[in-house]
Design a protein around this ligand. Structure first.
Ligand SMILES: *[C@@H]1O[C@H](CO)[C@@H](O)[C@H](O)[C@H]1NC(C)=O
Ligand SMILES: *[C@@H]1O[C@H](CO)[C@@H](O)[C@H](O)[C@H]1NC(C)=O
Ligand SMILES: *[C@@H]1O[C@H](CO)[C@@H](O)[C@H](O)[C@H]1NC(C)=O
Ligand SMILES: [Zn+2]
Length: 416
């Protein structure tokens, strides 16, 4: 017995190492389908596919879902889709080609830019460089720790002011889901705009607030997505011998584990963790957030649904300043739309009303535990997790304007 388990151990180890060495999971001939139809029927499709592919990638959408289907499961997929009378369209014929093209554009020059995606070390170097280049305006901050021992690094931008009262804090949390690469890229772009733009509207945006900006609050997962599995979403904490990672946006201590979460540690996407705040990332970040006085706004960036979501994500009941949130959110979307008319965002609205119910997310915890008045989740644009690197700047400019639109209306309504 001992011998056998030893062999198994070596074998598993070998697989793990070789997976790392031989590089990226290829996703060769994996197709991406959009599926429309009755949600229960789509659920049945998902369960059937998951039985044959534990690492199935899917996303719920407003009127259906999106599935990335392995070549050997295409027949099964087609059979169930016909049985269940679901409508499908092919979004991508071969997802590996997109992953390849993204890969070839990784980190072109030595200098940090917004025409490629960068690994976490480069993002951290950029933050460090900015804090050194603009020491009077910014400082490096640590929002928490990760399972693999990284720091959750961010930048505080708090320009000197004559006032004695502290400025209102705007907190930006980005990249909690590892594979949503456009979120960290957009966030570093926004940092660049705040620190280097000469536009008076943007310098005013910078100077009025104490910004706490974290481009990647799941850096272990992001690095794993960058180097091993492009579609990785979770943290990397070890949960069983075989499976690892929890969904950090299902792990916060508010209505934990209820909607759109699973208690199966091997679930590739939405495992809620063994208990609320089981993940060191969410636990330490929550403690950091809790230590901030005077937080006016908490903003979270995800992709890809082109939506603006309001708390709470698992209830259709409205918070007491819901009407204000809608006004502020609309103004934000209008400002964004002025510079980018590619697609109109849906919302603002609660996730429960315009997307689907989900529990244990950061936004809900912040709103409930801290009563932060302005709380928003932006789902950036795209029709997959692969936003073209050549168009990062476009989302960066849009988000910068969205932040301007947000504070402009918040000011009119007396939030600062
Ligand atoms: C660091 O910042 C300075 C000033 O913003 C810039 O000129 C330089 O290229 C940056 N270095 C890197 C490695 O990005
Ligand atoms: C930063 O602040 C120091 C001390 O207040 C000042 O001497 C220096 O000129 C400032 N540097 C810049 C680049 O503004
Ligand atoms: C700055 O904001 C004002 C007021 O919203 C607007 O009229 C103006 O066009 C903005 N300037 C730039 C450069 O966007
Ligand atoms: Zn997300």
């Amino acid at each position: 017995m001992k011998k056998i388990s030893f062999c198994v151990l070596i074998f598993v180890n070998f697989l793990f190492v070789s997976a790392n060495v031989s590089g990226y999971r290829s996703y060769k001939n994996y197709k991406c389908f959009n599926v429309q139809g009755d949600r229960l029927r789509i659920e049945r499709l998902r369960h059937a596919l998951q039985e044959s592919d534990e690492t199935l990638t899917y996303a719920d959408t407003r009127d259906g879902g999106e599935f990335i289907v392995a070549p050997h499961l295409e027949d099964l997929f087609n059979k169930i889709v016909t049985q269940e009378n679901l409508k499908t369209t092919v979004v991508y014929d071969d997802i590996s080609k997109i992953i390849q093209s993204e890969k070839s554009l990784l980190r072109g020059s030595k200098e940090f830019s917004w025409t490629a995606y960068y690994d976490i070390d480069d993002i951290y170097k950029y933050l460090t460089n900015m804090s050194k280049s603009y020491p009077n305006l910014s400082e490096l901050i640590v929002g928490g720790k990760t399972y693999q021992g990284r720091s959750i690094l961010g930048l505080r931008i708090n320009t000197p002011s004559q006032e004695c009262t502290p400025k209102p804090v705007i907190f930006i949390e980005s990249g909690i889901h590892a594979r949503e690469w456009i979120a960290p890229a957009t966030t570093t772009y926004f940092i660049k705009e705040l620190l280097t733009s000469k536009d008076a509207n943007i310098t005013a945006l910078r100077d009025q607030f104490d910004w706490r900006i974290f481009p990647s609050v799941n850096p272990d997962g992001y690095h794993y997505s960058y180097t091993v599995d492009r579609l990785w979403r979770k943290t990397l904490s070890r949960s069983t011998n075989r499976c690892f990672g929890a969904d950090p946006n299902r792990n916060w201590n508010y209505n934990w584990g209820q909607y759109s979460s699973t208690h199966n540690p091997c679930d590739y996407q939405t495992y809620a963790g063994s208990r609320p705040f089981s993940e060191i990332e969410t636990r330490t970040l929550a403690a950091y957030i809790q230590s901030i006085d005077n937080m006016m706004a908490y903003i979270s960036f995800h992709s890809y649904a082109a939506m603006l979501l309001l708390p709470y994500s698992d209830s259709t009941q409205h918070v007491h300043n819901y009407d204000d949130l809608v006004k502020v959110g609309k103004s934000s979307l209008d400002y964004g739309y002025k510079v980018n008319q590619d697609k109109r965002y849906q919302g603002p609205g609660t996730a429960a009303e315009i997307l689907y119910k989900a529990s244990g997310g950061s936004m809900d915890w912040v709103r409930h535990a801290l009563g932060t008045p302005l709380v928003f989740t932006y789902e950036l644009r795209g029709n997959s997790f692969h936003w073209p690197p050549s168009r990062i700047q476009e989302q960066g400019d849009e988000v910068t304007q969205m932040m301007l639109g947000l504070v402009t209306e918040a000011n009119k309504l007396g939030y600062y």
